[in-house]
Design a binder for this molecule. Structure first.
Ligand code: SF4
Length: 285
């Protein structure tokens, strides 16, 4: 298959995702999140380009594929600015709906709310990432992504149509966006919007993303270097912060999710902290 792939976490030992497909209508992502990991494997990662003949090829593939949820997108955002005109992601949703494939949509863009007319009539869960409600901090972490306020307003519009919404509080970076007060403000807001699940995970360091994070947060660089390069854990070549620090941050999010009665899951952390049935929201489909 060219565009519809069975989701493959490369046998990553901490991945608990149920079976699903993965599709990316676009290559590259313009949000330029400093913690992004695609820069280690996507050529020209910040230049968005649509995939050639995407909808025609995808339709042929869907006709012959076994029905499973389709996750879109794992290595880009399905709603870059050019999607406003190109409508390839919108066309993808139409195809998934036509061939009865449930959709797991992952985005940081409020443009997803445009497609609620399709999403409300199919099996779909929209996962929107919000790492902080602090506009200034968000600008440092995700310089070209829509502001958190816009993402909240997209959640509101989706929930008005009763569409399932998960929010990824991901990644949490020690000493950057792990303040319990900030997390409480965020979770409280999400609860008021009626989100169906919170998914959380901590920052994993790779040489290129660490360089960006340390460059933006110069005053925290030494502390983060110690956590990720001296006291770190290695999982399949990926640098994790020490277990006790990751557990403490995620336990705070879990406790807040419990306080506001929102099902919670962790992503690729190896902690028994989840209360939701699946780590990626597929049980909501
Ligand atoms: S939205 Fe995802 S793929 Fe795009 S830059 Fe941010 S982390 Fe990378």
């Amino acid at each position: 298959m060219r565009y519809l792939h069975v989701f493959d976490p490369w046998h990553f030992p901490l991945c608990t995702c149920p079976a699903k497909y993965s599709v990316d209508p676009y290559t590259g992502c313009e949000h330029r999140c400093i913690y992004c990991y695609i820069t280690s494997y996507v050529r020209e990662p910040w230049r968005v380009r649509p995939k050639k003949d995407f909808l025609r090829v995808l339709e042929t593939e869907l006709k012959h594929a076994k029905i499973m949820p389709v996750s879109m997108s794992n290595s880009s955002d399905p709603y870059p600015k050019m999607e406003k005109e190109l409508k390839i992601t919108r066309g993808t949703l139409r195809l998934l709906s036509k061939y009865k494939f449930p959709a797991l949509v992952l985005t940081k863009s409020n443009l997803v709310a445009r497609d609620r007319d399709i999403l409300e009539n199919m099996q779909a869960v929209v996962s929107i990432t919000i790492t902080t409600l602090d506009e200034e901090l968000a600008k440092k972490l995700e310089p070209f992504a829509p502001a958190p306020e816009l993402r909240l307003s997209a959640i509101e519009k989706l929930k008005e149509k009763d569409i399932k919404v998960a929010v990824r509080v991901d990644p949490i970076i020690p000493s950057i966006n792990d303040s319990p007060i900030m997390l409480k403000t965020l979770i409280k807001e999400l609860a008021s919007l009626g989100v169906d699940q919170i998914i959380s995970s901590t920052y994993k360091a790779k040489p290129d993303n660490f360089k960006r994070v340390a460059g933006v947060f110069k005053d925290r660089a030494e502390y983060l270097r110690e956590l990720y390069y001296e006291r770190n854990e290695m999982v399949r070549g990926i640098r994790y912060a020490p277990k006790e620090i990751r557990y403490k941050m995620l336990k705070i999010v879990r406790s807040l999710a419990d306080e506001y009665a929102i099902p919670f899951s962790v992503c690729r952390e190896g902690f028994a902290l989840s209360s939701a049935k699946t780590c990626d929201g597929s049980h909501l489909l």
